[in-house]
Design a protein around this ligand. Sequence first.
Ligand code: G6P
Length: 612
Amino acid sequence: MCGIVAYVGHRQAYPLLIKGLKRLEYRGYDSAGVALLNADGLKVFKKKGKVAELENELKAREPLATIGMGHTRWATHGEPNDKNAHPHYSSNSKLAIIHNGIIENFATIKKNLQKKGYEFRSDTDSEVLIQFIEDIQKETGATLEETVRLALHEVVGAYAIVIMTEDDPTQLIAARKGSPLVIGIGEEEFFFASDATPIIEYTKEVVYLDDLQIAVVRNGELTLQNLDKTTQIPYIQKVEMELEAIEKGGYEHFMLKEIFEQPRSIADSMRGRLNAEDALLELGGLRGYMDKLADAKRIVIVGCGTSWHAGLVAEYIFEELARIPVEVEYASEFRYRNPIIKEKDIVIAISQSGETADTLAALELAKSKGATILGVCNVVGSSIARITHAGAYTHAGPEIGVASTKAFTAQVTVLTLMAIAVAKKRKTISEDLYRQLLIEIDTIPAKVERVLKASEKIKEIAYIFTYARNFIYLGRGLNFPVALEGALKLKEISYIHAEGYPAAEMKHGPIALIDEDMPVVVVATKDSSYDKVVSNIQEVKARKGRVIAVVTEGEKQLHELVDFVIEIPKTHEILVPLLSSIPLQLLAYYIAVMRGRNVDQPRNLAKSVTVE
Ligand code: G6P
């Protein structure tokens, strides 16, 4: 987490950095800061709170400089306050650093520096690194670039860093290991950032820094070297992203925009892959791996948060259609429990950002044990996309709201397409069902459009439950992960305690919580478990729980039984999560807005979790 951005060139750096930091704020928003270098020297300005607060503070004295860097923080070491905000100076205040990641051995390095008399102005691991660099510089007299290299050789942990020095107003030094860093290459100007969003209005030409690479811009030239000093030729790529994709476009929040974008993002995730009319389905990124997938003895899916929920949906679909056993694991658990990986196991990582530290580490572990690793990522060029053998992008477009919405439905769509393709190859579904599924999935964007029409009704329901203290979400089969995801959405952005459960499991515990003050959201679509879910609803009603049910259009029975009904169009059972998850996103959104929460940047969270 943490967002970093830096610039050197002919423009005024300060406004560019502030704009860039606002775009990166999804990565953390505990504090923000900038460092700028001009004739007055290297100056750092930083403040607890959001980027706007820093901007406010500096309004009267917008610093002028054509080189600078900025940081927006998600606290790991040291509480979020002014002194722990980045950038951090070295002791002589001639060097400054911004850092995203964690220096795991910072305590040992700090102790050694303290013995030498170094004093620290913050509690962060990042300040330790810049002090360490200053110390090596003093001891060796080496160039800054060499010093950085020497320091990084000693560092254990993850980092994306940018360093500035008062001694050279043309120089920025950046390096990465584990945390993302993109370099934008303009006309006699260079940009560094955690992702391409602060860069794209100036240049579309970017270089993705690899792990253990150091990039140096000096006197208008970029050089790239590995930590071991071998020179690398920068591989310049074009980013496809357009500016409008990262702006709110008239919506009050990014989250609402992203919820309403789903008809398009789901369609985009199928574009070029599906031709329902001619019964053609091909995921280009998996070409060459379809035989392996079809031959798999087991599929292990790893992910975190919402992506893990998409994995649970995929488990049902893969097992149902392709008859391959699937296990879904929290990446953070998988990586530390010496998992058994066998030949012919396929490990699929699901990750919107493609940067989640635990997911990345889980994949690396699986790869080291000889598994074929595949990725389902949204961010093109992300670390997971690059280390996997093959994969399928979700193409949902940039997702900025911290709570994932359109990325989830795009993940489920892509995983469903994968399952259908594998099932066809394995001949575990009939030609008829294959065609029927393709035709039906093709209609999903239009059906999502219809679900979104219920937004006003959902808003009214949200109003009634604005001040609820708890929520339970229930579902069975494919709607069980949907219930989990609905509960996660609500707690993430409204801070209401919410739990998702398989509906039948309710009677083994959560039923004790049910009374007239307990709202229960039940996903009760007309599918194979419908009758059972109706019985579970009866159990809730018998205990005076208030039920909000997501039902299939045209169904009658539940209208009588429950307190509130939200209808979604009929579709094939396999595809229901693509529709049933959407009312739950809207319900969470409206409740959070009514409670006055910061929906796009909920407290304590960050969109991209690049630390363990
Ligand atoms: C964070 C985000 C979640 C997201 C999870 C996994 O916790 O706040 O919304 O689901 O990370 O992220 P990924 O990028 O790997 O999907």
